[in-house]
Design a protein around this ligand. Structure first.
Ligand code: GTP
Ligand code: SPV
Ligand code: MN
Length: 594
């Protein structure tokens, strides 16, 4: 097979000449194609069939133990000018990068099949959607791309019509961490990834295309490509407010996107609708509002911690037609992970007999892949070609200390500063140390395909005459008390914070001004049915002025690291909040004091 688009045929031929596969397979996305692929993977041991009674059409994949997460240190943005990639990215000269990675691609598909995967990010008929083609030698990638994107014949037809597409070349190579690179060429709208078969390293439609390349395109075309979930909050009057939220990897997007409100809320008629759990593309509409689509068609979600108590919607969609990666299994071949249930794991994520001595049964970054439509709270608006209008943007991270449960930015400029200043303790979603506080602006540190200084300027520039922009908030579900335990119950109870946020958007909720932004009074939060002592609620909303002064000093140093390219407006906004904090300090530190 081939396509009607000569440019595509030529590229596939070039890649085949370089990588020397035994055969080339053009994916049509059909069920029969998927069935055949799964059958072959099961025969080869790449997939393990799970219990077909409790989990029909569910499979387990065990990735190489050295290939279990994104690799930020091996991820590059290759622009002609190093400053266009910025201090937030690893940079390599494009010609040098091509030479280095092409040497690894040479002959790497001998004995393998080269799969051609045409895919569409976003509803297939949406003007906001964009297409790509991934060439890969991994059948596991094909099966995942089929769930995560609109993949196959319809996407190919659109690509042939439009004539343009993002080019992604992927090979698992030798799965050798020393021969692993994830390279982006935004000026050429292309991606080359070798040496990993895992998640965002290998499913190129996701972080590589829909965030790194798309963020670059979005800047030049006047829209935003963000690491955000999208949900709809339906109130008892039946009105639905759409909210987008950016939290870093493994900080709660999937869980918030599928939230089940507490009983008292459900009884009153509240409901949460899920549009997306990881990526949001937002475009200013003719009415001045931001209109958002979820470019993905499935979820690649964190398994550990997912339970009937924390995320019943996720659990409900995982009992059929799902792929599990690096989870444990029980004696009767059901998937298992820490936090799921009291059942006992029989084999761990590496297939070894489970022993508590060899660490967690499921890898901390083990994941499930499943079609979005299987989610009980899936919103049909996820297929709306125009997207949904966004009323509020929420930033948030994992902060054990200092950062209150919720606050609201004064205006768009302040909101951009709040997003740019985000900090979060690192998680297992990327290789490296876990629990280390780092700046992760807009949760895009690993995903922005260009200089953060220019990205902040682009965000500020979204505010134009006539714009009706969403209000911006910051949340922290992860503040801990002196006992080292989370102060806030989180999960379904986050609804209480969402209600305040939506209320602020329509002017029905009160707030108190502080130097860092607007906070609810404890009594502004609906706490019906919640048994959290008043002292803990006070702690959750407490502002430690001295701690915030230190935080703003550290934010100032971070912003200064972007040099002269940092927008002056952001620097001024930082100065404005810093002086409010200084004025608020009950015991200002005077020079020369002991
Ligand atoms: P990526 O897919 O990596 O982008 O992650 P994500 O942002 O979608 O995170 P996810 O919702 O999968 O949550 C990651 C981990 O945080 C899981 O183990 C959750 O159980 C836990 N988590 C999510 N929400 C909350 C919360 O409100 N409180 C607490 N304490 N933990 C939470
Ligand atoms: C993340 O790390 O933010 C993810 C998982 O969503 S991955 O697709 O591996 O990037
Ligand atoms: Mn993510």
């Amino acid at each position: 097979m081939s396509s009607k688009l000569e440019a595509l045929n030529r590229w596939v031929a070039e890649v085949a000449a370089l990588t020397e596969p035994d055969r080339v397979h053009w994916c049509d996305g059909s069920e029969s194609e998927n069935d055949a692929l799964i059958e072959r993977m099961v025969a080869a041991g790449d997939l393990i069939e799970l219990n077909s009674k409790t989990h029909p059409n569910c499979y387990l994949h065990r990735s190489h133990p050295s290939d279990v997460a994104r690799v930020e240190h091996l991820t590059f943005v290759c622009t002609s000018e190093p400053d266009d990639a910025g201090p937030n990215n690893n940079w390599m000269d494009p010609a040098q990068a091509h030479a280095k990675i092409d040497a690894l691609f040479a002959g790497c598909m001998r004995g393998r099949t080269l799969y051609v995967i045409p895919y569409c990010m976003g509803p297939i008929d949406s003007p906001l959607a964009r297409c790509g083609v991934e060439l890969t030698d991994s059948a596991y990638v094909v099966a995942n791309m089929r769930l995560m994107t609109r993949m196959g014949a319809a996407a190919l037809a659109r690509i042939e019509r439009e004539g343009t597409f993002v080019r992604g070349l992927h090979s698992t190579g030798e799965l050798d961490p020393h021969k692993r690179y994830i390279m982006h060429f935004p000026e050429e709208l292309s991606i080359k990834s070798i040496g990993s078969g895992y998640g965002g390293n290998a499913l190129l439609g996701k972080k590589c295309h829909a965030l790194r390349i798309a963020s670059w395109q979005a800047r030049s075309e006047g829209w935003l490509a963000e690491h955000m979930l999208i949900l709809g909050v339906q109130n008892p009057k039946g009105e639905i407010f759409y909210v987008a939220a950016a939290f870093p990897s493994a900080c709660g997007k999937t869980n918030l996107a599928m939230l089940i409100p507490p009983e008292s809320y459900r009884d009153a008629g509240w409901k949460i609708w899920t549009i997306g759990d990881d990526i949001c593309w937002m475009t200013p509409g003719a009415d001045g509002r931001l209109w958002a689509i979820n470019p993905e068609a499935g979820y690649f979600g964190v398994a550990p911690g997912t339970s009937a108590k924390t995320n019943a919607n996720a659990l409900a969609m995982l009992n059929h037609d799902a792929i599990f990666t690096n989870v444990a299994v029980t004696a009767d071949d059901a998937p298992w992970w820490e936090g799921l249930s009291d059942a006992k794991p029989a084999r761990d994520w590496q297939g070894r007999d489970y022993s508590a001595a060899s660490g967690p049964a499921a890898h901390p970054n083990s994941r499930f892949t499943v079609s979005a439509r299987q989610c009980p709270s899936w919103s049909p608006r996820a297929e709306d070609a125009q997207g949904v209008p966004i009323s509020a943007i929420i930033f948030g991270g994992r902060r054990e200390h200092l950062v209150p449960l919720v606050f609201e930015a004064r205006d768009w400029t302040h909101g951009v500063l709040v997003g740019a200043s985000m900090g979060s303790e690192t998680t297992a979603a990327a290789t490296g140390a876990v629990g280390v506080l780092r700046r992760d602006s807009m949760a895009m540190k690993p995903f922005c395909g260009y200089n953060f200084a220019d990205y902040f300027a682009h965000w500020l520039g979204i505010e134009r005459p006539g714009a009706k922009l969403p209000k911006i908030f910051h949340v922290n579900w992860f503040r801990k008390g002196d006992d080292g335990k989370f102060l806030w119950p989180g999960f379904g109870d986050n609804m209480r914070v969402l209600e305040w946020i939506v209320g602020r958007c329509c002017g029905s909720e009160d707030a108190v001004e502080t130097p860092i932004g607007l906070l609810p009074h404890v009594e502004d939060l609906n706490l019906t049915g919640l048994s959290v002592p008043a002292s803990r609620l006070d702690a959750l909303l407490h502002i430690d002025t001295e701690g915030w002064i230190a935080e703003y000093e550290s934010i100032g140093e971070y912003l200064a690291s972007f040099g002269a390219r940092l927008p002056a407006r952001l620097r001024e906004e930082h100065r404005r909040v810093s002086s409010l904090l200084a004025a608020d300090n009950p015991e200002p530190v005077t020079a020369g004091s002991p």
